[in-house]
Design a protein around this ligand. Structure first.
Ligand code: GLN
Length: 484
C-alpha cells in the first residue's frame, strides 16, 4: 500500500488498526515534499514546512493511539493555508509585509484539529497575497504549479492547499474562501473543496480579507474526507462574533439522487465558458438524471452583477482590514526617517500590486463622496443576489453548475489582465455574497488531461445535503469529456 495514495479515512483505519504509524505517514509526506523541491519545476505548495515539529507531533499522536485516547483524525498530517495562525510559527499570507511575523495564538480551527484531534501540521501552504487572486501567482514567496500540468496555475487563492492535496504532498489541507478560493483551485486541481455556510466555521485566527465573506473549509481527495474534516472544525465559537449558535455535528454521508431536484441556472451558460467545461457539466447532469435526479431550469437574474458587487464589498472590507499592517505592529518594517515615512515606505514596499489595487479601490468606494453610489448600492445588490437564491430554492433542493468557466490556465496568461482574472470566480462569488454553502467535486478531465469540477450549492446549513449529492456524483464515471 502506498501511503501517499490513502485518503483520510484510509489513513484513519490504517492508524487505528496499527498497520501504519503517524511517524511513518508523516515521514512519507516529508520526503514527498523534499522530492518535489528537487524537481526542475516544483509544485511548490508550501511556504513553510515544519519537518521537525511534524515528526514530534507524530510521535505524540502515536502515543495517543497506543493509549487508546484518539479520534479518527489523530496522527494524520494536514496542510494549513498560510493565513491561519498557528502559535509559534510564521503566518505570511503570501505577503512580504508579514515577513518575520510569528503567530502568538492558534486559530480556532487549529486548536480543534491539532490540539484536540491530534492532527499533524505539515506546514503552511502557498496562497495569493492576502487571498486576493485566482491563480496563486501573487504570492511574494513564488508561484505554485498545477500537478496535472506544471506549466499551468493551480487556481487560487488556496492554490498551495489544492495543489498539495492533488500532488500527494498532503492528504488534506485547509483553505479559505472569500469568493471562490477553495472551490476554484479544488476544481482546477481535481480535488474536493467545500466552502461552508457563513458562520459555520470559526474565523478566529484567520487573517481577515473581507470579513463578511471569508470562510475556512477543507480541501480533500474525497467527499467523505471533506465531511470528516468539517465535523471536526464546525460549531459555535464565542471568540468569533459572526459564529452561528449551533452545536458541532457529525456529518454522515447518504448516497443517492432519487427524486433530488437539481436546479441549473440558465445564466450560468455564459459566452466565456470553455466548450469542454460545458460538455462536462451537461454530461454530468445527464448522468444525475439517469440516477434518478430531476433536473430543473432555474433563474438567478442578478448573476451578472455578482462580480462587480463582490469587487466593491470585498475591496471595501479589505481596505479597512489591511489598515493594521503599518510597519509597526507586524512583520516587515522599511528603514525610514519618521513615522509617516515609516507607514508610507513599509506599506509601499510590503504590499504587492494586486493588494494595493484593492486597497485603493476599497478606499475609493468607501469615501464620503462615493459611498452611496458604490458601497451602499453594492449592499443592496447583494440582497437581491441572496433573494435570487431564496426564490430558486423554493423550486429545487440544490443548484448545480460548473465551478470555474475554464480549466487551469497557463502561468502568466492572466496576470496583466485583472478583469479576466476576476472572471475566474464568476460561478463561485455569488455564493459568498449570499452566505450559502458550496462544494466543488471533480467530474472529469479535458482531452488534454486537465481536471474539471462541478459545483453543488445548498440552502443555508445544508452541508449534509450537498455532501450527499457530491458523494453520489463522485461515484459516477469520471473522464466524461475525455471519453466523449
Ligand atoms: N479570486 C477572488 C479574489 O481575488 C476570490 C478570492 C478568495 O476567495 N479569497 O478576490
Amino acid at each position: 500500500m502506498d501511503i501517499l495514495d490513502l485518503t483520510l479515512t484510509g489513513l484513519s483505519s490504517a492508524l487505528s488498526e496499527k498497520k501504519l504509524s503517524s511517524v511513518e505517514i508523516t515521514k512519507a509526506y516529508l520526503s514527498a515534499i523534499e522530492k518535489d523541491n528537487g524537481h526542475p519545476e516544483p509544485i511548490h505548495a508550501y511556504i513553510a514546512v515544519f519537518a521537525d515539529h511534524a515528526l514530534e507531533a507524530a510521535k505524540k499522536a502515536d502515543q495517543r493511539i497506543q493509549s487508546g485516547n484518539f479520534t479518527p483524525l489523530t496522527g494524520i498530517p494536514i496542510g494549513i493555508k498560510d493565513n491561519m495562525n498557528l502559535k509559534g510559527f510564521s503566518t505570511t499570507c503570501g505577503s512580504k509585509i508579514l515577513e518575520g511575523y510569528t503567530a502568538t495564538y492558534n486559530a480556532a480551527v487549529l486548536d480543534k484539529l491539532i490540539l484536540q484531534e491530534g492532527m499533524v501540521p505539515l506546514g503552511k501552504m502557498n496562497m495569493d497575497e492576502f487571498a486576493m487572486g485566482s491563480s496563486t501567482e501573487t504570492s511574494h514567496y513564488g508561484i505554485t504549479r498545477n500537478p496535472y500540468d506544471r506549466k499551468r496555475i493551480p487556481g487560487g487563492s488556496s492554490g498551495g492547499s489544492a495543489a498539495a492535496v492533488a500532488g500527494k504532498l498532503s492528504p488534506a489541507a485547509l483553505g479559505s474562501d472569500t469568493g471562490g478560493s477553495i472551490r476554484q483551485p479544488a476544481s482546477l486541481c481535481g480535488v474536493v473543496g467545500l466552502k461552508p455556510t457563513y458562520g459555520l466555521v470559526s474565523r478566529y485566527g484567520l487573517v481577515a480579507f473581507a470579513s463578511s465573506l471569508d470562510q475556512i473549509g477543507p480541501i480533500t481527495r474525497t467527499v467523505e474526507d471533506s465531511a470528516l474534516l468539517l465535523s471536526a472544525i464546525s460549531g459555535h465559537d464565542r471568540l468569533d462574533s459572526t459564529s452561528l449558535s449551533i452545536p458541532p455535528k457529525k456529518y454522515a454521508l447518504k448516497e443517492g439522487l432519487k427524486d433530488v431536484r437539481l436546479g441549473v441556472p440558465k445564466e450560468y451558460f455564459i459566452s466565456g465558458m470553455d466548450q469542454e467545461v460545458k460538455d462536462n457539466i451537461n454530461a454530468t447532469l445527464k448522468k444525475c438524471e439517469e440516477a434518478g435526479a430531476k433536473i430543473v431550469e432555474v433563474s438567478l437574474p442578478h448573476s451578472s452583477y455578482a462580480v462587480p458587487t463582490y469587487y466593491i464589498v470585498a475591496t471595501a472590507e479589505a481596505s479597512s482590514n489591511l489598515e493594521r499592517f503599518d510597519g509597526v505592529k507586524y512583520g516587515f518594517r522599511a528603514p525610514s526617517q519618521n513615522l509617516s515615512d515609516l507607514y508610507f515606505k513599509s506599506r509601499s514596499e510590503g504590499f504587492g500590486s494586486e493588494v494595493k489595487r484593492r486597497i485603493m479601490l476599497g478606499t475609493y468606494v468607501l469615501s464620503a463622496g462615493y459611498y452611496d453610489a458604490y458601497y451602499l448600492k453594492a449592499l443592496k445588490v447583494r440582497t437581491l443576489i441572496k433573494m435570487d437564491f431564496d426564490k430558486a430554492f423554493e423550486k429545487v433542493d440544490f443548484i448545480i453548475g460548473p465551478t470555474s468557466p475554464t480549466p487551469a490556465f497557463k502561468i502568466g496568461e492572466k496576470t496583466d489582465d485583472p478583469i479576466a482574472m476576476y472572471l475566474s470566480d464568476i460561478y463561485t462569488i455569488s455564493i459568498n455574497l449570499a452566505g450559502l454553502p458550496g462544494i466543488s467535486v471533480p467530474t472529469g478531465f479535458t482531452k488534454s488531461g486537465l481536471p474539471i469540477g462541478t459545483q453543488i450549492i445548498g440552502k443555508l446549513l445544508d452541508e449534509e445535503g450537498i455532501f450527499n449529492v457530491a458523494c453520489s456524483i463522485e461515484k459516477l464515471p469520471r473522464n466524461i469529456s475525455a471519453v466523449n
